[in-house]
Design a protein around this ligand. Structure first.
Ligand SMILES: *[C@@H]1O[C@H](CO)[C@@H](O)[C@H](O)[C@H]1NC(C)=O
Length: 393
């Protein structure tokens, strides 16, 4: 997600004093609705991320700069079209995340709109809670609508993202002091209104419910309602749009392990309660050279529950600078992930978390890392593109 923090980062944010003259390391320093400090402590620079968020990053220049100044040392040779090869392999789609500020970049939009490459898009930020219901009962749909209109004009599927998430959540929800019943009704109103507005879509209804060890993440939702909040959100989404495909989505559930087991148990529990659950979203924020070896086995264990599976936010980042060896390893890593999805019929599609390094969220969150996507910042296809094509073969 253009913005998406590791747990330690979220914790760090929570520990920062609420009102200081300058934002601290990694703190927010701007964005729509932000009323806090707009400058950073010494050694950090307030760096624009998107209309909703600017952040204090170390140093005086964004890490993105080093991405854009690295010339590609090798490029892709295939021009098969990623959606073309995904569909030929029996998948529903190959897609990309995008975000509203990027839509004024014509060369960017031209590739995003090429349905030979992408027949699905996901809004990176504009359907999140802070964007859609910034104050209670006041809904804003214009930015999400712009992404939907683009998808419609292009003939692309759209993945709604996301209804209930602990992050990019307005403080009226987090700090409202609501009791169990009231917070349940707030979720119901939010999810039914947003899913109703964006009818006929795939939805990441609940995002990132678990900690790394498979325990529940202690969000305001979990703390106030308990694990039942997931079913509350899913039922509201199903009532609003009986045809939408409803997913629970998380990161670091790529390979088998405690967090993936927690997701298996959640799906089983939802099914036992008769709560609607159609799919598991595996985000797929991975690291070059460290792709798990159990991805296929993991997808198979989700599929065995009778739900579909999608890889929803794939990117495979590297420590900069880009080298030929890293690009070749990245190509193999993309191929490994795609081949795992390809091998399991219930893995229905793959979405990359934007397609070009120009707009990747990685450099702004993982200091010194980047170049995670199949197109470089100058829109040249990298060897990773060939890896994806090979994975669908
Ligand atoms: C909240 O209410 C639901 C019933 O609507 C109940 O199942 C759940 O245990 C309650 N949660 C807490 C933390 O009391």
């Amino acid at each position: 997600m253009a913005l998406k923090y590791s747990i330690s980062f979220a914790t760090l944010l929570a520990l920062l004093p609420l009102a200081t003259a300058q934002s601290g390391a990694w703190g927010q320093c701007g964005g729509d609705g932000w009323t806090g400090p707009t400058t950073c402590i010494a050694g950090y620079t307030c760096t624009y991320s998107n209309p909703w968020y600017s952040q204090c990053l170390p140093g005086t220049a964004s890490a993105t700069v080093s991405t854009t100044t690295s010339a590609p040392t090798s490029t892709a040779t295939s021009s098969a079209g990623l959606a073309v090869v995904a569909k030929a392999a029996g998948k529903l789609y190959f897609g990309s995340a995008t975000d509203n500020p990027e839509l004024s970049d014509a060369p960017y939009v031209a590739i995003l709109s090429d349905t030979k490459e992408f027949n699905q898009i996901t809004p990176g930020n504009s359907m999140k809670w802070d964007a859609t219901e910034p104050s209670r009962g006041t809904f804003r749909f214009a930015n999400g609508d712009a992404i939907v209109d683009l998808a419609k004009n292009n003939g692309q599927l759209l993945r709604g993202h996301t209804c209930v998430w602990h992050s990019q959540l307005p403080s009226w929800v987090t700090n409202g002091g609501f009791n169990n019943a009231t917070l349940q009704s707030i979720i119901q109103t939010h999810c039914s209104t947003v899913v109703d507005h964006y009818k006929g879509q795939i939805w990441d209804v609940v995002n990132e419910p678990f900690n790394e060890d498979g325990t529940w993440r202690t969000s305001v939702f979990y703390n106030t309602i308990g694990p039942e909040y997931v079913a509350v959100a899913l039922r509201a989404a199903r009532a609003a749009d009986p045809n939408a495909k409803l997913y629970v989505n998380d990161y670091n559930i790529d390979g088998t392990g405690a967090k993936s087991t927690a997701m298996v148990n959640l799906v089983k529990s939802l099914q036992a309660q008769g709560a609607p659950i159609d799919g598991v979203g595996i985000q797929g924020h991975l690291i070059v050279g460290q792709v798990p070896t159990t991805i296929q086995a993991n997808i198979e264990q989700f599929a065995a529950l009778g739900v579909e599976v999608a890889i929803t936010e794939l990117d495979i980042r590297m420590t900069l600078p880009v080298t030929d060896a890293l690009l070749q390893q990245q190509k193999r890593d993309y191929q490994t992930v795609i081949a795992a999805c390809n091998a399991v019929p219930k893995c229905v599609g793959v979405t990359i978390w934007d397609y070009t390094d120009k707009y990747s969220w990685v450099p702004s969150v993982f200091n010194g890392q980047g170049a995670a996507l199949p197109w470089d910042a100058n829109f040249n296809k990298k060897p990773a593109y060939d890896g994806i094509v090979a994975g669908f073969a």
